[in-house]
Design a protein around this ligand. Structure first.
Ligand code: B30
Ligand code: ZN
Length: 256
């Protein structure tokens, strides 16, 4: 035989019965499933609340103007996840304090934006299901004079000075949106993997999205977090969990 197939019909005559994953295919960068950020650019309807809960400083995310909540969906997510709160992990004057490390590097701090699956009404219900939460994580790096001032983070960190002691809360008026909190982050570039809450009960209910691009912040602002105290009245510093084993998991990377 001279040849057992030819390109006379560009392969249109090569049929595979029932074939459902044949190659090649048309690849369109704009059609690769993106993470969608809903209402991230909308102004919050009311004042913001910051609380020192003894393990971190947490800012509840209030509804925007018409009662809706900022949220995320798309990419690999099967439902809508509403933004609930944001909080931080940090080190101390001598110590870096991010939870994740990227290319073996630990950053000065890590911002978490907690989102809850809209299929579940309450946190105590969501915490019982593997698809209960999504956390967006951003590394924070102290630099002398950041090129872009992260106004939102600067305001939140300044306000943290008002909640130095355990259980203290403070209310302030925001002049930023959740989009501003992610200033300078390429939002379509991330690592993603299935994980857990990083504090007890450490439930395995979190779809993590960790951005490789970090946010630069002045020491002047981040150091407010080092001054907080915990339930025992001791400095609330180095509130990051030790690295855990990957075990039988895959970490995916999406490049914008
Ligand atoms: S994290 O993003 O994985 N660091 C919780 C949320 C996000 C993360 C870890 C934990 C969470 O909601 N935990 C349960 C809530 N806490 C209440 C609290 O905020 O103060 C219950 C608790 O621990 O008994 Cu302390
Ligand atoms: Zn956290």
């Amino acid at each position: 035989k001279l040849s057992h197939f030819n390109y006379d019909q560009h392969g249109k005559d090569w049929q595979v019965n029932g074939g459902k994953q044949q190659s090649p295919i048309s690849l369109i960068k704009d059609k690769a499933p993106k993470l969608s950020f809903l209402n991230y650019n909308k102004t919050f309807s009311g004042p913001l609340n910051l609380i020192n809960n003894g393990h971190t400083v947490t800012m509840a995310i209030p509804p925007i103007d018409d009662g809706r909540q900022p949220a995320i969906c798309g990419c690999k997510l099967k439902s809508l996840y509403k933004a609930v709160q944001l909080h931080f992990h940090w080190g101390s004057l001598e110590n870096k304090g991010s939870e994740h490390t990227i290319n073996y590097q630990r950053y000065d701090g890590e911002l978490h934006i907690l989102h809850q699956n809209s299929a579940y009404k309450e946190q105590k219900e969501a915490i019982r299901f593997p698809d209960g939460f999504v956390v967006l994580a951003v590394m924070l790096k102290i630099v002398q004079g950041p090129k872009i001032q992260p106004r939102a983070l600067n305001q939140i960190c300044s306000e943290a000075a008002m909640v130095r002691d355990f259980n203290k809360a403070s209310t302030f008026v925001a002049n930023f949106t959740l989009r501003d909190v992610l200033t300078g982050i390429e939002r379509q570039e991330f690592f993603t993997y299935m994980g857990s809450l990083t504090t007890p009960p450490c439930s395995e209910v979190v779809n993590w999205f960790v951005f490789p691009k970090h946010i630069e912040i002045s020491k002047k602002y981040l150091q407010n977090l080092w001054l907080l105290t915990d339930e025992r009245g001791k400095p609330l510093v180095n509130n990051y969990r030790n690295l855990q084993r990957l075990c039988n998991r895959t970490v995916y990377y999406r490049n914008a």
